[in-house]
Design a protein around this ligand. Structure first.
Ligand SMILES: [Zn+2]
Length: 109
C-alpha cells in the first residue's frame, strides 16, 4: 500500500513522508505543525503505520481547532498526547467502517 502524499486539515496541507528520525520516539511518528509535515518511521507494519498517521492527524486537527495553540492553550502538551493516543485509533476505525458516510461528506453518494 502506498503512503498517501498529503492530508488536508483546516487551512493546512500536510505532506506525509517516511523519516528515519520519526522512529526515534515512542510514537514512531511526528507532526511538524509549522512545516506542514507528518512523518512516519519506515518499515512499520501497515496497520501500525495507519495508527501512527491517525495519531499525527489528531495533532493536526487539535492545532486547527485552536485547542493546542496560542497563549494558554486549552490542552497542554501532556493532555494533547493523551487525546491523540485515545482518538487516533478511534478516528482510524471510524474511517474504515464509514465508507458511505465519507462519500456522503464528499458529495459523492
Ligand atoms: Zn503525539
Amino acid at each position: 500500500m502506498t503512503l498517501p502524499k498529503q492530508l488536508i486539515t483546516g487551512a493546512m496541507t500536510y505532506h506525509i513522508r517516511y523519516d528515519e528520525l520519526a522512529g526515534d520516539n515512542n510514537e514512531n511518528g511526528s507532526c511538524l505543525i509549522n512545516k506542514g509535515i507528518i512523518s512516519v518511521a519506515p518499515g512499520l507494519d501497515v496497520n501500525r503505520e495507519r495508527i501512527v498517521i491517525a495519531h499525527e492527524w489528531v495533532h493536526a486537527l487539535l492545532d486547527a481547532s485552536g485547542l493546542t495553540c496560542g497563549e494558554g492553550p486549552i490542552l497542554d502538551a501532556e493532555k494533547e498526547e493523551i487525546v491523540c493516543h485515545l482518538l487516533g485509533p478511534i478516528l482510524l476505525e471510524s474511517i474504515r467502517k464509514s465508507r458511505s458516510m465519507i462519500s456522503y461528506f464528499q458529495g459523492r453518494e
